[in-house]
Design a protein around this ligand. Structure first.
Ligand code: FES
Length: 528
């Protein structure tokens, strides 16, 4: 088995009779309305993939893990002329990728359920999926001739890794995302100090998650992949150069692993688009001549951005011709659709959401979740209790005119968010980032999550605690988590539940209801 890295989350796996191309994100205009660009630049790999698809006589497959545009690059897929290949997708409740490929005219589209195996001439493919509205993603395992490659990409299935390894045996090559990819804290209003503190905690805990995954999988090779992107739009350029944020590069992870995982035999080199690893001989048989030196990051990204100067200037000129108030008025019906699909789960939300179009100064939408009501107001009523989102009219217009969807919008990072108090709320997050059609099912899934009351016993600091087993965020299995600084960490999105504070989450008001089963030593002393 040979594995060619295509950049970001893209791979081309070649066996004797088959070629499986995974998540080829190769378009020159990046993703999420050109907010994200591939780092390092991998546009040259487009010609490589086109030539493989065009000329190889082997059976060809293209796997798209999920609909996020840094994985599902329809512009690139449309450049492929010879469509003599099968597309492999996870069978998600919302078949977004399948529908987008309706008239694609490839050989076949295969939909696989969670853990379903698909047999190729000389290999097999198994997909592992999460299908939960806020998160729809899949991971892929390819096995051939006693060798295997597990590509987790962004899929937060770390809690399943143990059972995957038990069931499928040794994994030779493993890859998984190690950097962040969400709008918190990137788009939120924080002081520099708070921003760095949050980013540092998120970065550290994601590195630890990656280290733990490598410890479980014990591959020969771990490839740091699926991020971080870089940002070439002048509006977003500053993110690249922040002292600390949630987008660490591979070199930082490698430094962490070198120290944290030195007891393991796995290697974790920095891999560049075009590098080829041969699993038979367990080494790289080709290294791309175009390599990025992390010390040159500033000049690399600055010169990368210079190529797009004209592109963004033209866009900006056009963007600001838009009638912002018209967009504000058009936004109403989309928000109303979202509200009508909303089912309040578990708790009433007393925090109102304000939705502002940057250029519209006098009017703001106010959403009262409890009353399911949308009104236009002129001010924020209570500065101690509110959530606010703000974005330029041109970016919102692209959603309303179906050029991008709300999940894409959230990843453009061209928004500003403020929340007081600074507490994550899953329902508000879902409302902001999901399309109206997804909100009903999302609420049902949240309700199911709140209804799960199975408990487990864990030990911390010499005492036993009874806690809820499933995470209050999206149901992650906490029995596969770990304890750090007195907090039980969920292996999915790393919420931290403080055992010293009755199991309360440090990010919000959720709790796993931790009950200490052993009398505290200080209590005993007092009793005596
Ligand atoms: S499921 Fe998301 S943090 Fe637990």
């Amino acid at each position: 088995m040979q594995i060619t890295y295509l950049g970001h989350a893209g791979f081309c796996v070649e066996t004797k009779s088959s070629i499986i191309i995974m998540d080829p994100w190769l378009s020159e205009h990046g993703a999420f309305d050109s907010a994200w660009f591939q780092y390092p630049n991998n546009h040259h790999m487009a010609a490589y993939v086109q030539s493989v698809v065009e000329t190889s006589k082997k059976d060809k497959y293209i796997y798209i893990s999920h609909e996020h545009k840094d994985h599902f690059d329809i512009n690139f897929l449309n450049t492929l002329k010879n469509r003599d290949f099968t597309v492999i997708l996870a069978n998600f409740f919302h078949p977004i990728v399948k529908e987008a490929l309706t008239n694609y005219n490839c050989k076949n589209i295969v939909l696989l359920n969670n853990q379903e195996e698909f047999i190729l001439k000389d290999a097999s493919i198994i997909l592992f999926t999460i299908d939960a509205e806020l998160e729809c993603d899949s991971a892929i395992l390819v096995k051939s001739a006693g060798q295997s490659f597990l590509n987790l990409n962004d899929c937060k299935l770390h809690e399943e890794l143990k059972s995957i390894v038990i069931k499928h045996g040794k994994i030779d090559v493993f890859t998984a995302q190690f950097s962040g990819a969400i709008w918190h804290p990137t788009c939120y209003t924080y002081s520099e100090e708070e921003y760095e503190k949050i980013s540092k905690n998120k970065q550290k805990i994601k590195f630890e998650l990656t280290a733990r995954a490598i410890e479980v999988v014990k591959p020969t090779l771990y490839i740091p992949s699926a991020g971080p992107p870089c940002f070439l739009d002048p509006m977003l350029m500053h993110i690249n150069f922040e002292k600390i944020n949630i987008f660490p590069r591979a070199t930082q992870l490698i430094e962490y692993l070198n120290y944290r995982c030195k007891h393991l035999n796995t290697v974790w080199p920095e891999v560049m688009p075009g590098d080829v690893f041969d699993v038979d001989v367990s080494k790289f048989i080709q290294l791309s001549s175009s390599r990025v030196n992390d010390n040159d990051f500033f000049s690399y990204v600055t010169s990368y951005a210079n190529h797009y100067k004209k592109f963004f200037e033209t866009r900006e000129n056009n963007n600001y011709k838009i009638n912002a108030h018209k967009v504000f008025l058009e936004l109403r019906s989309d928000l109303e659709k979202k509200i009508s699909n909303l089912k309040l789960v578990n708790k009433n939300i007393t925090t109102p959401l304000y939705w502002r179009i940057t250029e519209v100064k006098e009017e703001i939408y106010k959403i009262d979740f409890k009353e399911k009501e949308l009104t236009i107001v002129h001010n924020i009523a209570d500065y101690n209790n509110y959530y606010m989102i703000e974005s330029p009219a041109w970016q919102v217009k692209k959603v309303l005119h179906k050029e991008i969807n709300w999940p894409d919008f959230a990843l453009t990072f061209r928004v500003k968010l403020t929340r007081v108090p600074d507490k994550y709320n899953t329902l508000i997050h879902g409302f902001l980032t999901l399309d109206a059609e997804s909100i009903g099912r999302f609420c049902e899934m949240m309700q199911k999550c709140y209804d799960r009351n199975e408990r487990m016993v864990i030990e911390y600091d010499g005492k036993r605690y009874s806690v809820l087993r499933y995470c209050r965020h999206q149901g992650g299995d906490l029995s596969q988590g770990w304890i750090e600084n007195g907090c039980l960490v969920c292996p999915r999105h790393r919420w931290q539940y403080d055992l010293r504070n009755k199991g309360k989450c440090i990010y919000n008001d959720e709790s796993i209801d931790a009950i200490c089963l052993d009398q505290d030593i200080s209590d005993k002393n007092e009793t005596n």
